[in-house]
Write a protein that binds this ligand. Structure first.
Ligand code: HH2
Length: 279
C-alpha cells in the first residue's frame, strides 16, 4: 500500500484522495474572482475541508490558456493569508505555483505540498524544494499557458507524457527528493487536444507503471464542455464521471472543485472495491 510523504503528514493512498481547489485569483477559468478576497477564500476552503477534502490546493495565478502572468509578490500577497489560516486550522495545504519565491513563502507558512504545472523546471524551483520535506506534484505541459492550446502536437501523446514525467522524477531523485514525496500528473488540457486528453485518460494505467501516484485534474475543463455541450458551471456530473474513469485507470489523487460530489462518487467506488465476493 503506498503512502505519500507530505511534510509531517503521511497520507495513505489505499483509497483515492480528494484535493479541493481554492483559487484566490480574479481570473481563473472555473471560478475566477469568487474567492479573490482572503476571508472568502478561507471560508470556501473550510467548507471544502468539511465536505471531505483530504488536501486543499491554494493557487494565486491562473494557468488557463492565455492567462496573464502574475508577479511573485502579488501571488504571495494573494495566497499567504489563506495558507496561514488553513494551516492554523490543521488542514493539509498544497500551494499551486510555478514560482520558487512563492514556493518558499508557502513552505515557510506551513504548506505540506507543492503543485507545480511546470514540474519544477523553473530555474530555482528544484532548489526551493530540496531542503524541505514537502510532497511535490510534477505536471506535464506542452509549451506555456499563453500559447499551449494553439497547436498541440505529439507523435504518441501517452508515450511522450510518460517519458517527460519519468525524466522529471529522475531529476527530482537525483537532486535528493525522495520518491515517497512525488506525485505525477499528465496535465489534462495543458497543451492537449480533446483526442490527446481522451487517449491519456483511457491509457492512464501506463503512467501508473512508473510506480509514482498519479494525480488528475479534470474538473470543469473544456473537454467536458466539448463532450456534453455544458457551460463551465454545469460540468459537475461530467467531471465526476471523468474522475471515476481516471480512478478506474489507476489515479490516486483527484483535484476537484466540487468535493461533495466527488466524495459521494468515491463512497460508491470504495464500497465496490472493498466488497467481498458475496460467497
Ligand atoms: N489544472 C489547473 C490548475 N492547476 N494542477 C495540476 N496538478 N493539475 C491540473 O490539471 C491543474 C493544476 C487549472 O484549473 P483551475 O485551477 O480551476 O483554473 P486556473 O488555472 O484558471 O486557476
Amino acid at each position: 500500500m503506498s503512502v505519500l510523504h507530505a511534510g509531517s503528514y503521511r497520507l495513505s493512498l489505499a483509497r483515492p484522495l480528494i484535493i479541493g481547489i481554492v483559487n484566490t485569483t480574479p481570473d481563473s477559468f472555473s471560478d475566477g474572482g469568487r474567492w479573490h478576497d482572503a476571508a472568502a477564500a478561507i471560508r470556501h476552503a473550510l467548507q471544502l475541508q468539511e465536505a471531505g477534502a483530504d488536501i486543499l490546493d491554494v493557487g494565486g495565478e491562473s494557468t488557463r490558456p492565455g492567462a496573464a502572468t502574475v508577479p511573485a509578490d502579488e501571488e504571495i500577497r494573494r495566497v499567504l493569508p489563506v495558507i496561514g489560516a488553513l494551516v492554523d486550522r490543521g488542514c493539509v495545504v498544497s500551494i499551486d505555483t510555478r514560482k520558487p519565491e512563492v514556493m518558499r513563502a508557502a513552505l515557510d507558512a506551513g504548506a505540506a505540498m507543492v503543485n507545480d504545472v511546470m514540474a519544477l523546471r523553473t530555474p530555482g524551483a528544484l532548489e526551493a524544494i530540496v531542503a524541505s520535506d514537502v510532497a511535490v506534484c510534477l505536471m506535464h505541459m506542452q509549451g506555456e499557458p499563453q500559447s499551449m492550446q494553439l497547436a498541440p502536437h505529439y507523435a504518441d501523446v501517452v508515450d511522450e507524457v510518460k517519458q517527460f514525467l519519468h525524466g522529471r522524477v529522475q531529476a527530482c531523485e537525483a537532486a535528493g527528493i525522495a520518491r515517497e514525496r512525488l506525485v505525477i500528473d499528465p496535465g489534462f488540457g495543458f497543451g492537449k487536444t480533446l483526442a490527446h486528453n481522451l487517449a491519456l485518460l483511457k491509457q492512464l494505467h501506463r503512467l501508473a507503471d512508473l510506480e509514482i501516484p498519479v494525480l488528475v485534474g479534470l474538473s470543469r475543463k473544456s473537454m467536458l464542455g466539448t463532450l456534453t455541450g455544458r457551460s463551465v458551471e454545469a460540468r459537475e456530473f461530467a467531471g465526476v464521471a471523468a474522475h471515476l474513469c481516471a480512478v478506474a485507470h489507476g489515479a490516486k489523487l483527484l483535484r476537484v472543485h466540487n468535493v461533495t460530489a466527488m466524495r459521494d462518487a468515491l463512497a460508491i467506488w470504495n464500497a465496490v472495491e472493498e466488497s467481498r465476493d458475496g460467497t
